[in-house]
Design a protein around this ligand. Structure first.
Ligand code: ADE
Length: 337
């Protein structure tokens, strides 16, 4: 990602997350739908810090699948605390020098948001521990007998880490977060409210039934819901339809090859591979990914969470297994072709 144009931001920081349309991003906790338990906990943490007149809160770690609102929540924490927020992508922190540059560029009270923190290079962890605990930067200068450690004082900051893979965050790093929160999938009702809110911000006229249809194919995920809403809007605009109806939605989703369960061609490819090439499993992740022509990470982070949620795949100690429900779904799908 490129640095923000025209703004006083160092190139080491990424632009804020653009995957969720900025115009649709909730601007306050009141506007943020769902994740009630997490919001309540954050409110307590931020209110207590404000009462103590402390600009910083304890370091927080958010985990959960992509698109559930980890970035949005972090921006809301910054807003609530009245502090700045700097965003960095974990994979871009490759050497301890990268992390040192990031930390020394922070301002007092800033939030440092590290997305995909599990992909930060492990060699940086030794730098991050004293930074998180004592706001100190221990730099080793030189090599061999001439090497010296230099201690620098850092501004007080709050680290907010986000990850889709909690198990890949080492336990010493996990242990340094004061709060670890899991973001869950949303209920259909919550997704419907999110679509309604987004439609209103986009000034779209949309039928209640049309909202229900988009919600039912959104994988219980706000990012997917907003993406589908925008695609449906495109179809409606091209067709010169001012009011979005259920029929309109169904037509658009048919063209997008998103079926009644919200499954796309990639999901079906993984399912079909599991059923046809491995006789329904059990099969290891590596073999499943290779046979599906996908990366293991993509299978784990994109396809599997939803296929598991809807009871199509089970993860067992011997590998991935397709369920009867998945077999029935594909039989019906193929009989309609
Ligand atoms: N848009 C995306 N996620 C949202 C949420 N949780 N609440 C309101 N609008 C959203």
């Amino acid at each position: 990602m490129s640095p923000q144009k025209g703004k006083n931001v160092s190139p080491i920081f990424t632009e804020e997350d653009k995957t969720l349309d900025l115009a649709l991003r909730p601007q306050s906790f009141r506007e943020y739908i769902g994740q009630g338990a997490v919001k309540k906990n954050i409110r307590v943490i931020t209110e207590a810090a404000k009462k103590r007149k402390d600009p910083c809160i304890e370091h927080l770690l958010f985990y959960g699948e992509s698109g559930l609102g980890k970035t949005t929540l972090s921006y809301l924490v910054a807003k609530e605390m009245g502090t700045g927020i700097r965003t960095v992508a974990g994979p871009s922190i490759k050497k301890s020098g990268d992390l040192a540059a990031i930390l020394t560029n922070l301002r007092e009270g800033d939030i440092l948001f590290v997305d995909e923190i599990h992909r930060m290079n492990k060699s940086c962890e030794e730098i991050i521990y004293p930074a998180m605990e004592e706001f100190k930067l221990n730099l080793i200068i030189g090599k061999g007998p001439m090497a010296r450690v230099m201690n620098l004082k850092l501004p007080r900051f709050t680290l907010i880490g986000a990850t889709t893979r909690l198990a890949l965050v080492s336990s010493p790093l996990r242990g340094r977060f004061g709060g670890i929160f899991r973001l869950d999938i949303y209920s259909i009702k919550e997704i419907e409210s999110i679509i309604k809110r987004s439609a209103s911000l986009l000034e779209l006229e949309i039928e209640k039934e049309a909202i229900g249809t988009i919600a039912s194919r959104s994988r219980f995920n706000p990012r997917v819901a907003n993406r589908l809403l925008k695609r449906v809007r495109d179809f409606a605009e091209v067709g010169d339809n001012r009011r979005i109806t259920k029929k309109e939605v169904e037509k658009a989703l048919f063209f997008l090859d998103i079926d009644h369960m919200g499954l796309e061609s990639g999901d079906r490819k993984v399912l079909e591979t599991l059923l046809k090439k491995f006789n329904g499993g059990p099969v290891g992740l590596e073999s499943l990914a290779i046979a599906s022509l996908e990366e293991e990470e993509t299978v784990i982070e994109i396809y599997e969470p939803y296929l598991i949620q809807i009871g199509f795949i089970q993860r067992t100690s011997r590998g991935r297994v397709a369920t009867e429900k998945a077999k029935k779904y594909l039989r019906e799908k193929n009989s309609k072709k």
